[in-house]
Write a protein that binds this ligand. Structure first.
Ligand SMILES: Nc1nc2c([nH]c(=O)n2[C@H]2C[C@H](O)[C@@H](COP(=O)(O)OP(=O)(O)OP(=O)(O)O)O2)c(=O)[nH]1
Length: 141
């Protein structure tokens, strides 16, 4: 008899913010001590129990950047299969409601024009986010 082990894959939902300000977009460099070290990402993080995507995003942005955001639009979700788990990125285009950013987790942040975004070393899932952001911008024109 052949036994088949079917393991359930962990699915991690990660709301993240494409923060626009004065025609530029905020990119955050992940800490050298975390997963995906020194790669670039849109700030955000994993949902905690009972939170909506929007609640988790507001909490994470406050924790990581010490600012408040206004959510403008949702972009399509993108996923990254890491074998043992699947990361689902849930990107939101946002504005800043408060302006003084203080970093608590990122190595650094950069403000880039949309066209400059691909010059950084983004996590793989973010490449799709950037493409979807371009489509969003094009549809707005
Ligand atoms: N916030 C954010 N996370 C991203 C992006 N792209 C991407 O692959 N991720 C991954 C990195 C993390 O594995 C996960 C976000 O979880 P987190 O912000 O709590 O980071 P973490 O390093 O503590 O998570 P972990 O990998 O150790 O589980 O999603 C992105 O653009 N923004």
């Amino acid at each position: 008899m052949i036994e088949v082990l079917v393991s359930e894959k962990l699915v991690v939902r990660v709301p993240c913010a494409v923060i626009e300000h004065n025609g530029k977009v905020l990119a955050g460099q992940r800490s050298a001590a975390l997963s995906f070290p020194l790669q670039w990402e849109f700030p955000g993080g994993k949902l905690e129990k009972g939170e909506t995507d929007e609640e988790a995003l507001a909490r994470e942005i406050k924790e990581e950047l010490d600012v408040e955001i206004e959510i403008l639009n949702k972009l399509p979700e993108t996923s990254k299969d890491q074998g043992w788990r699947e990361i689902i990125l849930v990107p939101f285009v946002c504005n800043l409601k408060t302006l003084n950013i203080t970093l608590s987790e990122h190595e650094q942040i950069l403000w880039l024009t949309p066209g400059q975004l691909p010059t950084l070393d983004w996590t793989e899932a973010d490449l799709n986010v950037i493409e979807n952001y371009y489509e969003y911008l094009a549809a707005k024109k």
